[in-house]
Write a protein that binds this ligand. Structure first.
Ligand SMILES: Cc1ncc(C[n+]2csc(CCOP(=O)(O)OP(=O)(O)O)c2C)c(N)n1
Length: 596
């Protein structure tokens, strides 16, 4: 429980905070006036709102500051919340989104009214679709300024991408309005756009009232659901657990149950890393699965999705579920159950509590752990071939271009294991997602709910600030990287040792492969691809211009420079401009286009 105006910053935690989180160690970030003398009472509503959010424990604010959000941003800083200036509001939104996901704290985006918010909206949409607890603190034109250049319908804009629109309605309600926004963001895991009209912002602040935000209560499943699920497991021969975003707090309970039940474990892409060191871990379920992992999931007679949507990505449009396989979904929201695939049993419950209750029930049916799908043969096969790194593929390198799989496999070996990997969108995306090992679920940040290209670099910056103890790594295509490149200045200014792997095919590869020759739906050589192909860009030269280190990679030998950089690990980004060979369209691409 959090009492605003009575507690110190950082007291409120929605989610378990990962080890290593340290919001004040990164140099860049304009430090808040930490240790500053006790502040005078807030003079304006803007100050009161900033201070209230700080007291509630928001973790970090990202933004582009203009006249409309200057005062509230400074109030947050003065009250102890670090601030990072982004170069584009879209960057700020995605940095805050990634920061929130990887730190477990509520992040804040600060934007100017009108164009500041509209610039942020793709990142806000990504966060909203991902149910990231996030507050977008935005100025708004006062209701009377009907002819203001900045005037747009901010409520409608926010709602259009799935965010909750909230508002500071008046000085008298400012604290209550802020608490409502915070509670919705944190306890309901929503992205909340909190509008601050200019006239309300500048009004004198009333005396602050202490106010309370209760922690969210985990949902305990019904005894009947627990019994049914335990019986299904007891009757199964080849159970597989697939953990999603909603199970990121449930590792130990799920592994305890999986061990007793003899189940193999896998994750959706967003929860990648959750079971990284487990013997019976199949890795990511879905388009990114290795052939072995996909086969074992298809061989299951019981699939249980834990806090997992079982959507077209994770279940390959249902192809991973064989005829006769029982499907169970466990989720805290009733509306999620069966939303993507028909389920035989839907359980409303927190993943950790449900797994613990089901284990207790299963022990009454089956006192000793059972082997089921955890055979020695499966253990050996999983150790060898559950990851793409263990799957032999032809080496397409040559002619001054490196095979993207060879590049990814080599970099997995070169880069330190204690890393945090972020992914942009495009044909390339499966390579860094599958070949780069991550230490746990806080080592992988996958901002793909909006399927937007261009979010990767900002994702990597937000993730890096959440986990300064880990080496940040970005995987991006040339298209996505060039779209978001203004934030390379931010990464340089923050002195982040951020390794950017650019899979550079001088084009929008996803489109090239989908519409180009060779694809069954494509029109062959007659198709005009000039709208999606570009002259080669010297990304390494551009990166050096920003102040980053850079290397152009055309063969494995060129990666020697990366080894040297890792040994030295300077406080600036390294951009790897890898000129990649065509893979003819990655294996997950055709799958992805089915969903369009
Ligand atoms: C904002 C946005 N615009 C357009 C698209 C459509 N689109 C999907 S993948 C892609 C190409 C991405 O190219 P690149 O980043 O170079 O990666 P590659 O596909 O070449 O691996 C485009 C334009 C999108 N997903 N998002």
């Amino acid at each position: 429980m959090v009492v605003a105006s009575q507690v110190s910053p950082g007291a409120a935690e929605a989610v378990e905070e990962p080890a290593g989180t340290d919001r004040d160690t990164t140099k860049d970030t304009v430090p808040a006036a930490a240790g500053a003398p006790a502040q005078p009472a807030a003079a304006t509503v803007a100050q009161l709102v900033g201070r209230t959010l700080a007291e509630l424990g928001v973790g970090h604010v990202f933004g582009v500051v203009g006249s409309g959000n200057f005062e509230v941003t400074n109030a947050l800083r003065l009250a102890g919340v670090p601030f990072t200036a982004a170069r584009h509001e879209g960057g700020a939104a995605t940095m805050a989104d990634a920061y929130s996901r990887m730190s477990g704290r509520v992040g804040v985006v600060s934007t100017h009214q009108g164009c500041g918010l509209s610039n942020a909206i793709t990142g806000v949409g990504e966060a909203a679709k991902s149910r990231t607890p996030l507050i977008v603190l935005t100025a708004d034109t006062q209701a009377s300024a009907v002819r203001s250049n900045f005037k747009i319908d901010q409520d409608a804009l926010a709602r259009s991408v799935g965010a909750v629109s909230e508002r500071i309605h008046s000085p008298a309600t400012a604290v209550a309005d802020t608490l409502r926004a915070f509670r919705t963001a944190r306890n309901e895991r929503r992205t909340v756009v909190l509008n601050l009209p200019l006239d309300v912002q500048s009004a004198p602040a009333p005396a602050a009232h202490p106010a309370v935000v209760a922690d969210a209560q985990p949902v305990r499943p019904s005894a009947a659901s627990v019994r049914r699920l335990a019986h299904l497991i007891n009757a199964a021969e080849r159970p597989v657990f697939v953990a999603g975003r909603g199970a990121r707090n449930a590792r130990e309970q799920l592994l305890g149950l999986a061990d007793h039940a003899g189940a193999l474990v896998a994750t959706s892409a967003v929860a990648n890393g959750l079971f990284h060191d487990e013997d019976f871990n199949l890795g990511i379920s879905g388009g990114f699965s290795s052939p072995l992992s996909a086969g074992l999931i298809q061989g299951a007679d019981l699939i249980i999705g834990w806090g997992c949507a079982l959507n077209m990505w994770t279940m390959r449009h249902g192809h991973l579920i064989s005829d006769g396989t029982a499907v169970v979904q466990v989720d805290v929201e009733d509306s999620a159950l069966g939303a993507n695939r028909p389920v035989d049993l839907g359980v409303v419950g927190d993943a950790a509590l449900t797994a613990a209750d089901v284990l207790a029930e299963l022990r009454t049916l089956q006192p000793e752990p059972a082997e089921r799908y955890r055979t020695a043969g499966n253990a050996a096969a999983i150790a060898e071939r559950s990851r793409w790194n263990g799957v032999e593929t032809p080496d397409l390198s040559g002619g001054g271009r490196i095979d993207p799989r060879v590049l990814s496999r080599e970099l997995d070996a070169i880069l330190p294991a204690d890393r945090i990997v972020s992914i942009d969108s495009g044909n390339f995306m499966g390579y860094p997602s599958t070949y780069l090992r991550v230490p746990d679920e806080f080592g992988f940040c996958f901002t793909q709910a909006f399927q937007s290209i261009g979010l990767g670099l900002s994702t990597a910056i937000g993730a890096a600030l959440a986990r300064p103890d880990r080496l940040p790594v970005l995987g991006a295509g040339d298209g996505g990287f060039l779209m978001g490149i203004s934030e390379l200045e931010t990464a340089v200014r923050l002195e982040l040792p951020l390794v950017c792997i650019i899979y550079n095919d001088a084009g929008y590869g996803a489109e090239v492969h989908h519409f180009g020759a060779g694809h069954p739906d494509g029109g062959g050589p007659a198709v005009d691809l000039s709208t999606v192909t570009f002259p080669d860009t010297d990304i390494a030269a551009i990166a050096r211009g920003f102040g980053a280190d850079a290397v152009t990679v055309r063969s494995v030998a060129d990666l020697e420079e990366v080894r040297g950089w890792v040994r030295e690990r300077p406080s600036r980004p390294l951009v790897i401009d890898a000129k990649i060979a065509s893979d003819g369209g990655a294996w997950w691409l055709a799958e992805a286009f089915k969903g369009h």
